[in-house]
Design a protein around this ligand. Structure first.
Ligand SMILES: [Zn+2]
Length: 429
């Protein structure tokens, strides 16, 4: 309706204008040399308007001709963009489907259509890598690394390649370069931590570790590798404070306190606390190592025992001390208490056999030896990842390379729990 009204109004205005022009009085004259032209005013006005329209059309045609090359270029570019975009999509689809040759072909097509952009270079690199063309992939990653706007992508790809071929020196250099162009990237942090762990650079691994990493293990390893004794003490203390139930952390901290002449403090503030949380014979062995006086040894055992009086390890520690001083009655009583507390293990039966032998009880000795043969295996350091037994604790399993998986526990007995140092949950079921 509005259109009809507008049309009628415009038509009316034009008709009125035509009438007005037609009714204009007078004439318009012009002369060039001997030629003189004289027209009615209405004809002259119409002619002038027609001349303006013709001039406008001519100007438009001239502009169109001038702009034709750039317009053609834009159209070609738009077509290349569209085809390039399609090639990018096809590359992604081929990569996702594992069709690496198609991915390579389409990636090259996208590069020729769109040029070397971060997107096309990255696709070409991943297509090359998926096809096993590692040099081709590295060339594309190097081109990316040379660009200011995408250097991190290049270093990331090159770093992944170096890790895949176990070139740890190159990987470390690339990680440093990547850190320079994108400081603090979470992915890079994790990779750098992994590299530091592999290289045994425990201090850096600890500094780069996150919430899910075995910080206690890294802390103990860093303390053990630290040449500066004050730093080592600090690292060991931090590690123990992270998980006070972890024996290697307690031993590492206590050893450094002992080196500084603070053996009493090591016993009272570290070993006793850890014994109360997770008794381990290595703690008792460490506590008693420098002491030869029987009374002082008994005092130390009593200190530890008071922290976990009902624990099987405590009874066994008491039994060993009593056996050591020749108190065979107490030794037997404590060893049997250890068994009642759940330690039906070979080492307890062997101690009972020793007690029987020293007391001249042949029957008790042979009975204990018989039981020892079928008793639970003794607890030991064992990798939870590959079940390899280790004589000593290590941060990394020498068999499978797992970090922080070596814990203290029984082997297949079901009676002992594996003690693993992990943030937040020190003892796993
Ligand atoms: Zn292992």
């Amino acid at each position: 309706m509005r259109r009809i009204v507008s049309f009628l109004i415009v038509t009316a205005i034009l008709i009125a204008l035509a009438w007005w022009i037609a009714d204009l009085p007078g004439t318009v004259g012009a002369s060039i040399g001997d030629i003189a032209v004289r027209l009615p005013t209405s004809w002259a006005l119409v002619g002038f308007l027609v001349l303006l329209v013709v001039l406008y059309i001519v100007m438009r045609l001239i502009v169109m001709v001038v702009r034709l090359p750039s317009r053609t270029k834009r159209m070609r570019s738009a077509r290349a963009q569209k085809a390039g975009s399609e090639a990018v999509t096809k590359t992604l689809l081929a990569l996702a489907g594992g069709d690496s040759e198609t991915a390579r072909r389409q990636a090259q097509r996208s590069r020729s259509l769109l040029g070397d952009t971060p997107q096309t270079l990255l696709l070409a690199a991943y297509a090359g890598r998926q096809a096993g063309q590692l040099e081709e992939a590295d060339t594309a990653f190097n081109l990316l690394a040379g660009r200011k706007d995408a250097a991190f992508l290049g270093y990331r790809g090159l770093l992944q390649g170096a890790i895949a071929r176990s070139d740890w020196d190159a990987a470390t250099t690339l990680a440093r370069q990547a850190e320079e162009v994108n400081p603090g990237a979470p992915w890079l942090r994790a990779e750098r931590a992994r590299l530091a762990t592999r290289a045994g650079n425990w201090k850096e691994a600890l500094a780069l570790s996150g919430a899910g990493d075995p910080r206690t293990v890294l802390g103990v390893a860093a303390a053990d590798a630290e040449p500066d004794s004050a730093q080592a003490l600090k690292l060991a203390k931090q590690a123990w404070q992270t998980n006070q139930a972890f024996t290697p952390a307690a031993l590492s901290y206590a050893r450094r306190l002992r080196e500084r002449g603070k053996d009493k403090r090591a016993l009272m503030e570290v070993l006793r606390v850890t014994w109360g949380l997770a008794p381990n014979p290595a703690l008792a062995e460490f506590a008693l190592a420098p002491i030869t006086d029987p009374l002082m040894r008994a005092s130390r055992v009593a200190t530890l025992a008071a922290a976990a009086p009902q624990h099987g390890e405590t009874y066994l520690m008491r039994a060993r001390l009593a056996f050591e001083v020749g108190n065979l009655t107490d030794a037997r009583a404590h060893a049997e208490a250890a068994q009642r507390a759940g330690l039906d293990q070979r080492r307890v039966w062997l101690l009972l056999a020793d007690i029987g032998e020293r007391s001249g009880d042949v029957v008790a000795t042979s009975d204990a030896l018989l039981h020892a043969a079928s008793a639970d295996l003794d607890p030991q350091w064992r990798c939870e990842a590959c079940s390899t037994a280790h004589l000593e604790w290590h941060p990394v399993c020498s068999n499978c390379g797992a970090l922080g998986q070596i814990g203290w526990g029984g082997a297949g007995t079901g009676s002992a729990r594996l003690q693993i140092a992990a943030a937040g949950d020190p003892i796993l079921p």
